[in-house]
Each structure stands twice: as structure tokens, then as C-alpha cells.
Write a protein that binds this ligand. Sequence first.
Ligand code: ZN
Ligand code: ZN
Length: 315
Amino acid sequence: MTELTTRASSINRALDQIGDKWCLLILQEVFWGIHSFGGILQETGISRGVLSDRLKWLQDHDCLRRRGGARHPTYHLTRKSVDLYHNALMAVVWEDRYYDTPDIQAVRLVHRNCGKAFVPRMDCSHCHQAVDGRAVRYQPGPGATRDVRDKKVRRRSSLSADAVPSERHVYRNLVNLVGDRWTANVIALALHGLHRFDEFHRELPVATNILSDRMRFLVEQGIFEQRPYQQRPLRHEYHLTDKGWDLFPWFLTLLQWGDRWCDSSGAGHPMALTHTTCERPLTGQVVCDQCGEEVRAHEVDFTIQGMSPSSAAGG
Ligand SMILES: [Zn+2]
Ligand SMILES: [Zn+2]
């Protein structure tokens, strides 16, 4: 039996822990303050069996904590999953930019520190300029080894994200894109500068027909555009569109989360990022576009039409 190994990557490590479509949806509901089994069941439309399985998985990975008795347990964020707050904000920003999402348009974020309604933005912590994925250079870090990965591939669910009944399901399109292991991996590799099918295939131990299927899906979704690089036979490179590049802040928050929480080897960061705008090591921070200060969950109020104001990431 051959081992499944891929280049060590904090993005892959993070995705292997929480990147499954259902895990992302469950965490989103808990972020919105839904804590009971029945509540999550109703909001996500997941089957009971799958929900039990994913709740256990998230507890095993220290992303949810169970409270209360056996009859009416509730599920709560941990320090580790609260730290996904910036990742969730970047998902909402991307979704709002590219999709007509009334549920997001109805949400108003208010930064308590400056008292203004704001849109979160990803800045470089050194030069304080907005970070564009095209202005980043990658070098191997101290932990640039290879990871042995769980072979059990979680398949994309037959239930499309559009069918999820949750009214607060505010980043369904993003979940649909990244809630599949290979699709998310392909986008991450494209952010690192890969363009050709063979290059993706060399990095990913996946059958060519599955990879072709995912590439086609990403073209259909407007994440990649195809550019011919050879005429006979005709072959195409895959280039990220602006919509694809704009996923960079979501991936960067995930990478930084993986660096902080998913390095079981203790070897250090697998990858070192440089912001080519200022030539300093890149640390992305999510800031308020009104005052420029870093956004923290307990300093943000949000209001949704029909709901009373509350604090994000509560409980
Ligand atoms: Zn910079
Ligand atoms: Zn502010």
C-alpha cells in the first residue's frame, strides 16, 4: 500500500481538519449562535448520522467543546475555532463581492472602537497596504517537509450547497468551492503560481479524471480562465481570474490558522511568505476599512434584519 503524502502545507493541514463542507457549515452555525444538535440539524439540513460524525470529528480536533448533559448537549467554540473568525469574515467579503446574497446585504458590521459600519480588509501588518495574492513570494520554511495524509477522501456531497436550508448560510458559494478537498488544493496551488494540468497532478495524488472534473468545475465557477499554450494538440493553462485571486485573503487566514494550530510536527512553518510590495515577511491582518485597526471578534457588533443586535462569535 502506497502512502499518501503531499508537500507540507498549513493550508492542507487546516483543510484536512475543518475544510469538509459539513464541518464548515457546522462551524458557521455555531459562529452565529446556534448551539444545539437540533438547531444545527435544522439550519444545515445535514442528516443526523453525518452531523453526529462531524460533531465528533470537530471535538476530536479541539474545534468544538460539548457542554451540558447527555440529553441536551450544546456545542461551543474553542480558542482554536474562535481563531477562525478572520477566516469567516474574509469568506463573507468574497461572497458579497461576487454573488447576490441578500442575507449578507442585510448584515451590518459595526466596529465598536470607531463606531462606524465597516467592511473587513486584509492588510499587510508591516506596510499596512491591502494584500493582493499577486504580490506574494513563497519560499520553503523550516517545516518544509512532506505530510502523510489521511487517505479517506471526503467526497463532495450530492446535496448542493444551494439546497442547504439555512437562512444564515452566508457563504454557500465559497463552501461549495472549498468544501471539496481537491478543489481547495488546486486553488491553493494556483495561488502559488501553478498553471498546467501536469503541474497540479504532480502535486496531488489524485486520479486524472477526478482532477479534470475539478478543473472543469473551477472554470465553470469563474475561478480559472483557460489560455491555450499549445496548438497541436490543443492544450490550455489555467489562470486565476480576479475572482480567483480574491480568494487569497481567505486562504491566507486559513494558512496562518494552520501555522498556529495544525503543526503537530513542531518543525515550524512549512512556507515563508514575503510581501513583495514592502519586501517584508507577510503576516496578513484583518482590519476595519474605516479606522485601519485590527478587527477582533468581541469588538464587532452585527445587526441582521429581523434579529436583535448581538456580538459575533459569542459563546
Ligand atoms: Zn507589506
Ligand atoms: Zn474601525
